[in-house]
Design a protein around this ligand. Structure first.
Ligand code: C5P
Length: 254
């Protein structure tokens, strides 16, 4: 944990912070340690995600939202790893849903933060250029910015049935108009706070912060995402993540 003297970026009116919800169990990945604490290339996924945010010069604070009973463990983990020193780190306990966890992270933000990124711990390998593009679009005036990619699969809307049973197709959206959204999503802080105040947690809660801003009627824009910003959800995603890290190591060697 670093507590540096303020740099010009930290005292500027547009200080940027990243909130990383990392309180999920990650059941789709199989039993064991909470997903964010699983190792990738020998380093916990959460540390990769924290480094990915701190890699942006714009980000001067990272707020990690830990499993509700895991904040001390996560604090120790952050203290044990080398992280950029231009960034401060805070750890707060999370909630039962992603939406609650993000809200708890937002509650911990200091007054001088005006741009907020929300980044899934489960997207450990997002490149810094994607983070910077999102920050820049918010600083240029967009209240909500989402990195996203076109889809390679065609998507069907279905009437969900029992697992394994055939499901009736309701419609086929035009693929060229669809985007798969990633994180970090970037927000004007007040807009995101208004969205979290306005949208009550319902069931599993909102899985996407930009969707909550849309429900306010505020405009949300998409910027190009990156294939390395994929979400580690299922066991095969771990294989892909290890391969991306191996390629980066090989490239760094040249
Ligand atoms: O489960 P899913 O992969 O959609 O979770 C997305 C992100 O939200 C993960 O980084 C996960 O740790 C986080 N999360 C959380 N609090 C919860 C559930 C999920 O911070 N209660």
């Amino acid at each position: 944990m670093s507590s540096m003297s303020p740099t010009p970026a930290e005292t500027s009116p547009s200080r940027t912070a990243a909130v990383i919800p990392a309180a999920g169990r990650g059941v789709r990945l199989g039993p064991g340690t909470p997903k964010a604490l699983r190792a990738l290339g020998g380093t916990p996924m959460l540390i990769h995600a924290v480094r990915a945010m701190a890699a942006s010069r714009a980000v001067t604070l990272v707020v990690v939202v830990a499993p509700p009973d895991g904040a001390p463990e996560v604090k120790n983990l952050i203290a044990d790893h080398s992280l950029p020193e231009h960034t401060d780190y805070l750890v707060v306990p999370g909630g039962a849903t992603r939406q609650e966890s993000v809200r708890l992270g937002l509650d911990a933000l200091p007054e001088d933060v005006s741009v907020v990124l929300v980044h899934d711990a489960a997207r450990p390998l997002v490149p810094v250029d994607t983070v910077d593009a999102v920050v820049e679009a918010v600083r240029d005036g967009a209240p909500a910015v989402v990195p996203a990619l076109p889809l390679s699969d065609t998507v069907k809307e279905v009437e969900p049935g029992a697992p394994g049973e055939p499901e009736p197709v309701l419609s086929t959206p035009v693929r060229a108009r669809l985007r798969a959204v990633q994180t970090p999503q970037g927000f004007d802080r007040d807009t995101l706070l208004r969205a979290h105040k306005a949208v009550a947690v319902d069931g599993e809660g909102a899985t996407d912060d930009a969707g909550m801003v849309e429900r306010l009627g505020a405009s949300v824009v998409v910027v190009p995402g990156h294939e390395e910003a994929f979400k580690v959800t299922r066991p095969l995603d771990l294989v892909l993540a290890e391969a991306v890290l191996a390629r980066r190591r090989a490239n760094d060697g040249f």
